[in-house]
Write a protein that binds this ligand. Structure first.
Ligand SMILES: Nc1ncnc2c1ncn2[C@@H]1O[C@H](COP(=O)(O)OP(=O)(O)OP(=O)(O)O)[C@@H](O)[C@H]1O
Ligand SMILES: [Mg+2]
Length: 276
C-alpha cells in the first residue's frame, strides 16, 4: 500500500451568500504520509476549519466547488452520504473546534462512545463493551469509571480527553484536530496535547493539528502549512519554514514567538522531545 494517507488537490470551498459566493479556500493542496504530523496555522478566518470540515463533509452552509480529496487512495468527493458516514471515525476522525462543548450533555460518556461502535455495526456484550470503553479512556489518561459520568461532571481537560478517546475509538488512519486545546489553561493544554500525540503514535495515524500557538505547533508537528485568506501560502518541514520563511505573514507568525532565543531553539534538532 502507498504511504500517502491524504492527498488534497486544488480544494476550493465557497459559502453562497445573498450577493454571490464567499470563497473560504482557494486551490488548497497538500498531502500527508502515514503517521505524519501536519500543523495548519493562520489568522482567524483564513480557512483552516473550512479545510478540514470539507474533508469530513461537515461544512455548514458551504460547498466544495472544485478539487479532489483522496484518502488512502480513494476519492472522497464522489462518495455518497452513507459511504461517508461509514468512513468517519473508522478512517478519519475529527476533534472539532470547541470539542468539549460538542459532547451531548444528557448522555453519559460511555453511551456516547458506545454510539460510535453501534453506528459502525460493531457489537459487544455489555461487560465486554464496558471493558473496551474503560480501556479506551485509560489510554487517554482517564479512569475507566469516567464512562458513567455526564459531561458536566468533568473538567475541560477531561472532556477534551473524552473527545480524543472518541477520535481514536476505531483506529482511523487520519485524525483532524481543530484547536483541541485552545480553551484550556497552559499546563493542561500541554498535557492534553502530549496525550493526543501519544495515542496518535500508538495507532499509527497521521494528524492535522490546527492551532494558533506557533510555539506549541513547532514542538508538535513535523510539517507546517500556513494559510492566509483562504490560500495555503506556505507548506514544508517546520524547521525549514522557521529557518527560511517565504512570506511576510509567516515571518510575522515566527516573530510573534516570545524571544529570539526560543525561535532559534525550534530550528535546532531535538526540540520535539516534549511531545514524543
Ligand atoms: N457557515 C458559514 N457561512 C459563511 N461564511 C463562513 C461560514 N463558516 C465560515 N465562513 C467564513 O469562511 C472563512 C473561513 O472560516 P474558517 O472557520 O475556516 O476560519 P479559521 O481559519 O478556522 O478561523 P479561526 O482561527 O477563527 O477558527 C471566514 O471568513 C468565515 O467567516
Ligand atoms: Mg477555525
Amino acid at each position: 500500500m502507498s504511504d500517502t494517507v491524504l492527498k488534497v488537490s486544488d480544494l476550493t470551498v465557497e459559502y453562497p451568500m445573498a450577493r454571490g459566493s464567499f470563497f473560504a479556500t482557494r486551490d488548497v493542496g497538500f498531502s500527508l504520509q502515514r503517521g505524519e504530523r501536519f500543523g495548519l496555522v493562520g489568522e482567524s478566518g483564513s480557512g483552516k476549519s473550512t479545510t478540514i470540515l470539507a474533508l469530513m463533509r461537515m461544512l455548514k452552509g458551504g460547498l466544495v466547488s472544485s478539487g479532489s480529496l483522496e484518502l488512502n487512495g480513494r476519492e472522497l468527493t464522489t462518495l455518497d452520504d452513507e459511504e461517508y458516514r461509514k468512513l468517519r471515525f473508522a478512517e478519519m476522525s475529527l476533534v472539532p473546534q470547541g470539542a468539549m462543548n460538542s459532547l451531548n450533555p444528557v448522555l453519559r460518556v460511555g453511551a456516547q462512545i458506545a454510539d460510535i461502535y453501534d453506528d459502525h455495526g460493531i457489537h459487544h456484550g455489555r461487560s465486554e463493551r464496558e471493558g473496551i470503553i474503560g480501556d479506551l479512556l485509560s489510554r487517554v489518561g482517564l479512569a475507566p469509571e469516567v464512562q458513567r459520568r455526564y459531561p458536566h461532571e468533568l473538567s475541560g481537560g477531561m472532556k477534551q480527553r473524552v473527545c480524543i478517546a472518541m477520535s481514536i475509538a476505531l483506529k482511523p488512519s487520519l485524525i483532524l484536530a481543530d484547536e483541541p486545546t485552545s480553551a484550556l489553561d497552559v499546563m493542561v493544554q500541554k498535557q492534553v496535547l502530549a496525550t493526543l500525540g501519544r495515542v496518535q503514535r500508538d495507532i499509527g495515524a497521521a494528524i492535522i493539528l490546527i492551532g494558533h500557538d506557533m510555539a506549541l505547533m513547532a514542538h508538535f508537528v513535523t510539517t507546517l502549512g500556513v494559510m492566509y485568506r483562504g490560500e495555503l501560502i506556505e507548506v514544508g518541514p517546520v524547521r525549514e519554514i522557521f529557518a527560511n520563511p517565504q512570506h511576510d505573514y509567516t515571518r510575522m507568525l515566527i516573530n510573534s514567538l516570545p524571544s529570539f532565543d526560543r525561535q532559534a531553539r525550534f530550528i535546532k534538532a531535538g526540540a520535539q522531545e516534549a511531545f514524543n
